[in-house]
Structure formats: C-alpha cells, structure tokens
Write a protein that binds this ligand. Structure first.
Ligand code: PLP
Length: 386
C-alpha cells in the first residue's frame, strides 16, 4: 500500500517543502503512550533536535511527552511550544554559560552533565542564581551500536559522556558541591538502531553499574537510557509506526530498576521520521551518458542526510503512473554529493512532476541550510490543509 498525498494542495505550494502527516504523528504518539504506559514510571521525552518545526512540536507537546534538548535554542523552542520546564532535560558536551543560565532560570528538570569542568560551572552558575540544579551524569557505557560511524555515540573513542572509570570520582566530587544535586545516570548509545541486542547490551551495562553504585549505598532516582530506535527507510509504509512494543518490552525485560526508580527515554527519529516527506518538483529530465537524471528543485540544503551519511530515502514520483524507468535523482546545488539517489526506479518522469522523498521527518528540515543563498524549505502539516 502506498500512501496517498494531497496532490492538488501540493500543486498550489512553492516547492521544495516538507509535508508532515499529522494523523500518523498522532497515532505514533498514542502508540508510544500506550506501550510505555504498560510499565510503571516509564517517562518518554522527545529529542527536539530531530525536528523542531513549531507545528510538529505542538502536536508532540499535546501528547504529554517531555522534551530532550541539546542547546539553549532548543530549550527556547520547547518552552515556546508549551513543554513544561519540569519535563525538560538538557544534554550536550559544550553547554555555554548563557545556555546553563537559561536552564537554571526555567528550573528545568535535569542537566545531563558530560564532564567535570561542566559540573563545576553548573555549580558556580547555580550558586550565583541561588539555586540547586538537578544533574544526571551522562556515562559513556562503551557499548557500540551497529549503525553508521557518524551516529555512534556510546564508544570510549566518542566525545560524549563521562567514562565508567571516572564515574566514582565524579560522584565523590558532586557530594562536595552545594548547588548541584545528583539525581540520575544518563546514557545514549547512538541512532537508527534496529537491533534490540544493542539496547540489551546497554541494559546489561547499566545493571553492572547499578550494582557497583549499590555497593556504595547509592541508588539514583532516575535512569535515562536516551533514544536511538530506528525506522524502516526502505519501506516507509510497511510499518509506519516503529515497534515500540518490542522496544519498551526489551527494557522491561533486561533492565533491573530499583524500587522507586524512574526510567526515562529520549526518542527522536522514531517519533517523527516516518510522518515527514520532502516534496520537490522536477525541473529537467536530462540524458547523461548511459543514464538519465531527474533534476529536482530540492537539494542537499533541504535534506542533507544522503550527502552527509550516504543515507537511503525511498523516492517516489507522486504524479505519474507511466511505466517505470531508471534515474539518478539529483538536486541543483553545486556539489557532486547533491544526489538523493542513484539508479532509482520511478514512474516515468517529466518536467513538473512532484517527487516525494520519504521518511524525512527526522533530521531533515532542521538540518536545512542556506548554502548557495537558497531559501530554507517551509514545513506544512496535513492539519494545514483541512
Ligand atoms: C540525538 C539524541 C537523542 C535522540 O536520538 P534518536 O536516534 O533520534 O532517537 C536522544 N538523546 C540524546 C542525548 C541525543 O543526543
């Protein structure tokens, strides 16, 4: 089954643009609520960096999820969309003073701290505001995720987090500080993870750490396992809602929570990935040597994932049912990497056809740039067309 798009509406809009299926997004969110709600004290946050379109953020906020931010700008966007500050967590290896101060002013739920110097500065800035900041330590669990090297974050070689060896020292240190309160442990091993074995490895590592802490009579209130659940880029319509049942079940089965501990999740891609498509128009069909190009008006400035990560996105001709031919689908940017897909089978393409680049709801619009002095793409939701 292929998804139906409101083509007549699309024809009235300037391309390229992002289109978000609000109904699919709402169904995805209610599945998350239902599956995580089966377990006590499971608390899901949305990773704002995946997509901060205000309309998308508002729909997610309405579902009751919290927000996971990685910058002051994201904290502002989350507050603006109505996320309550006590549901905002803030991670990042390079938090600047104004960003920390912003989090303190709003009294956000928790700072996920990634180094000792950062902890010291949070303590100092909190003292200046006469506040006590809740902090969790982001621990680098040295667990690999079987995913693209650029999106693996939980290996010892990555820049993220505090190493397990340093954890004891950091906990000793935090006990001596007056304006920070140690409330939890945070982890995030990577993105686009489809092998539940990677999450099981993380659970096992957390269990070991909890044992170690327990032997020091330390039980933290909060465990945050980050995000990373992937989506099916090859078949956007086959299982448009990721398998959240299996995801939460995996944590329930393998992670040993202590009584009263809350388990936090930070899902980005799995929440918004499948509801978004980049809609772009064919400008020219050009015959090359032994191939033909469909040259579209969208480019790597609108969706950089194929150029940046060699990511695959399914490409469809939304306005043709003619016999299939093979094309390289390329954008207009002056870079050889500005290619959405090579040797793609599409219903015969002509000038003016609308092309849908699927599964583009996550790390799409938010990563757009104005390289080549291009305008940023607009984003519409299906709610806009009712
Ligand atoms: C990016 C990120 C996430 C979300 O990752 P997804 O793969 O989109 O689920 C969660 N937590 C942190 C700390 C992140 O940096």
């Amino acid at each position: 089954m292929t998804k139906q798009f409101p083509i007549d509406k699309f024809r009235t809009l300037e391309t390229p643009f992002y289109y978000y299926d609000a109904q699919l997004l709402r169904e995805t969110l209610s599945t998350i609520k239902e599956e995580s709600g089966k377990y006590d004290r499971y608390c899901v946050h949305y990773a704002v960096k995946a997509n901060a379109n205000p309309k998308v953020l508002t729909i997610i906020r309405e579902s009751g999820l919290g927000a996971d931010c990685v910058s002051g700008g994201e904290i502002k966007a989350a507050i603006k969309a109505g996320f309550p500050a006590n549901k905002i967590v803030y991670a990042g290896v390079g938090k600047t003073d104004w960003e920390i101060n912003l989090g303190l002013e709003h009294d956000i739920f928790c700072f996920n701290v990634e180094s000792v110097p950062e902890l010291e500065i949070i303590n100092e800035l909190a003292a200046a505001q006469n506040k006590i900041a809740r902090v969790a330590f982001r621990i680098n669990p040295d667990v690999g995720a079987h995913t693209h090297a650029n999106i693996t974050t939980g290996l010892a070689e990555n820049k993220f987090g505090i190493s397990m060896q340093d954890m004891d020292h950091v906990i000793d240190l935090v006990e001596t500080m007056k304006n920070v309160k140690f409330v939890g442990l945070h982890f995030h091993i990577g993105s686009q993870i489809l092998d539940m074995g990677d999450f099981i490895a993380l659970c096992n590592r957390i269990n070991e750490l909890q044992e170690k802490l327990y032997s020091r009579q330390i039980i933290v209130e909060h465990i945050n396992v980050g995000g990373g659940l992937g989506i099916d880029y090859s078949h956007p319509d086959r299982q448009a809602i990721p398998d959240f049942k299996a995801y939460f079940e995996t944590y329930h089965k393998h992670l040993r929570l202590r009584p009263q501990q809350t388990l936090h999740f930070e899902l980005g891609r799995a929440v918004v990935g499948q509801c978004g498509s980049l809609i772009t128009k064919v400008i020219y069909v050009k015959q090359g040597t032994n191939k033909q190009f469909a040259i579209v008006d969208g480019g790597m400035t609108d969706l950089i994932r194929p150029a940046l990560y060699q990511a695959y996105h399914k490409i469809e001709n939304l306005t043709s049912e003619e016999a299939v031919e093979t094309y390289d689908v390329v954008g207009p940017i002056c870079e050889s990497s500005d290619v959405f897909g090579k040797a793609i089978d599409l219903n015969k393409v002509k000038r003016g056809d609308l092309i849908g680049i699927r599964s583009a709801g996550a790390y799409g619009e938010i990563m757009a740039s104005s390289y080549n002095c291009r305008a940023l793409p607009k984003g519409y939701t299906s709610d806009d067309f009712i």
